[in-house]
Design a protein around this ligand. Structure first.
Ligand code: NAD
Length: 386
């Protein structure tokens, strides 16, 4: 089946995509805790594990990495009783309920499928699969088995996202016409997968902006994009020089319907004094424009700390929504664990992550063919109502 045929077939079921099993069917956790196994003990695990280890809803059971010394080291540091060098051993080892996938992006689909097949819920770093088709199959598999799968990012959880969504839904911006988002830095140097096939600046960086803009403006109907490789070779720690195969520069236009258009730019060739961590970023990275007002998200959308707001009847820009609450970008797996224990549906939706995945795939296709690509996936929207 071609991608087009597959999308047409599954697109007709797009509305049904929203009918995830209710969370009450996802298991009982009488101890009030979820047993968690973490796979991938590299860079991002140093952000996840402190958060997970502090969650009252999480019992860290296992750590796994094909670089076994990393699994052992993280297990010792975070008091995780079991560690493994391979997913097969982790799944056959000490029982756990939720697998948290923090490996190379290209491994996510395969590993997430294995976990679902073994009866585990999944929280996956982005993307939750390599293609929309693979991701859709994972979601279908989860539903069939009465399990849940979710994918990063967690941007819809920030108070700033919530504020912007409410302003838009209340009509304070009038008719929303255009939006822009950007995120970039000079690119990671600790692993080659970011630059290999299936990697790139879209699934690593643009994914946040695409999730935010679709979350605020609604599912996209179509995509037009250009992508390029600016830096042909990269130096990777411990590996030396590698050839860059995935885009490291992307411009993505989205049509959200009803006349609303938006734009995302991302790349691994952006000098930014705020660097990879974004510490201290105080400029807008997301702008939303309407006939009656505009909103500017201050800081990166994964770590925002305010929203500048101006309206026709209050032209002086005000900085609002400056309270960041408990939100941090690395909270996704902990929030999901809490949702499973409390049987409360989280704001993060697998269907939204799948839609973002379809957009990135369509952007690659548009970049190669020069064509506008129609999308079939959708998700429950608005994420946060007025
Ligand atoms: N590093 C960050 O700041 C950051 C932030 C947000 C999201 N992410 C995302 O997190 C994911 C991981 O990124 P990273 O920067 O931590 O990469 P990394 O290279 O530092 O770590 C990945 C780890 O996964 C392990 N691994 C690879 N394949 C495996 C397999 N089949 N089984 C078990 N372990 C395996 C590797 O040995 C490595 O230790 C990516 O999807 C990335 O986009 C990273």
């Amino acid at each position: 089946m071609s991608r087009k045929e597959f999308l047409e077939k599954t697109g007709s079921a797009a509305a049904a995509v929203m009918l995830s099993p209710v969370i009450s069917e996802a298991g009982n956790f009488p101890q009030g805790k979820i047993k968690v196994g973490v796979i991938g003990c590299g860079s991002v695990s140093t952000q996840y594990l402190p958060h997970l280890s502090k969650s009252p809803y999480v019992e860290l059971v296992s750590a796994c990495d094909i670089r076994y010394e990393r699994a052992k080291e993280k297990a010792a540091k975070y008091n995780i009783p079991h560690h493994y060098p391979h997913i097969d051993q982790m799944l056959a080892g000490a029982p756990f309920d939720l697998m948290v996938t923090l490996t190379d992006m290209q491994e996510h689909g395969r590993l997430n499928k294995q976990a679902l097949m073994a009866g585990r819920h999944v929280w996956s770093e982005k993307p939750m699969a390599n293609t929309y088709r693979e991701g859709k199959e994972l979601l279908d598999l989860a539903k069939k088995k009465g399990l849940r799968i979710w994918g990063a990012p967690a941007v819809v959880n920030s108070p700033q996202f919530s504020f912007m969504s409410k302003m838009i839904q209340e009509g304070r911006l009038g008719k929303v016409s255009g939006a822009h988002a950007h995120y970039g830095h000079l690119g990671p140097d600790w692993s080659a997968f970011f630059y290999e096939k299936g990697g790139g600046s879209m699934p690593d960086l643009g994914v946040y902006n695409i999730a935010t803009l679709t979350g605020l403006l609604g599912p996209a109907k179509a995509v037009v994009a250009m992508t390029s490789i600016v830096t042909k070779e990269r130096n990777i720690v411990g590996k030396g020089t590698i050839k860059v195969e995935a885009e490291d520069n992307a411009m993505i236009l989205m049509d959200h319907g009803m006349g609303t258009l938006s734009h995302v730019q991302c790349g691994f060739n952006y000098f930014d004094p705020y660097g990879h961590e974004g510490e201290g970023q105080d400029k807008p990275t997301i702008s939303i424009w309407g006939t009656e007002g505009n909103l500017q998200l201050i800081g990166y959308d994964w770590a925002p700390f305010g929203v500048d707001f101006a309206t026709r009847d209050n032209e002086k820009t005000r900085r609002l929504a400056t309270d960041t609450g408990t939100y941090v970008w690395q909270e996704g797996a902990s929030v999901i664990a809490e949702s499973l224990v409390k049987k409360a549906e989280p704001l993060i939706r697998a269907e939204h992550a799948l839609h973002v995945l379809e957009i990135m795939e369509a952007a690659r296709e548009s970049g190669q063919t020069g064509k506008r690509i129609d999308l079939v996936s959708t998700f429950r929207w608005p994420v946060i109502a007025a």
